[in-house]
Design a protein. Structure first.
Length: 127
């Protein structure tokens, strides 16, 4: 019995065990919400209405007449930077919207190439 009487488990720990103290969760301070004044609200409504009335309908070329799915293209954004230099048209959704697979990027978890949304504001170059 003398062999085990001097055994102490705390001799084998590197650091002392600390008790976990529960902390109170502080609620975030919420700022009071001030309603928008009626004249300002009417002004904002008038501005939104005017914007909707002056919004022009797209009158450019139809992507469905120019391009076809599976066609290789390069896409350059309106800022001049190339978003993809090796793309393939995946789907033409509307007159001025299509999806392009960017084959110079990486594939996602479902083994599909990343897709880019291309509009009439982008420069499309056939390869």
């Amino acid at each position: 019995m003398g062999l085990y009487s001097s055994f102490n488990t705390s001799d084998y720990y590197d650091t002392p065990i600390k008790k976990v103290v529960k902390q109170e969760i502080k609620k975030p301070v919420s700022a009071p919400i001030t309603p928008i004044a009626e004249p300002v609200r009417r002004s904002l409504y008038d501005q939104a209405k005017q914007t909707m009335e002056t919004k022009a309908e797209y009158s450019g070329p139809d992507f469905r007449d120019i391009y076809r799915e599976g066609q290789p293209v390069a896409i350059q954004g309106p800022n001049g930077h190339y978003r993809t230099r090796k793309g393939v048209i995946a789907e033409i959704v509307a007159k001025n919207l299509m999806y392009v697979y960017m084959q110079d990027t990486y594939k996602d978890a479902t083994d599909q190439w990343l897709a880019d949304f291309v509009t009439d504001k982008d420069t499309i170059t056939l390869l």
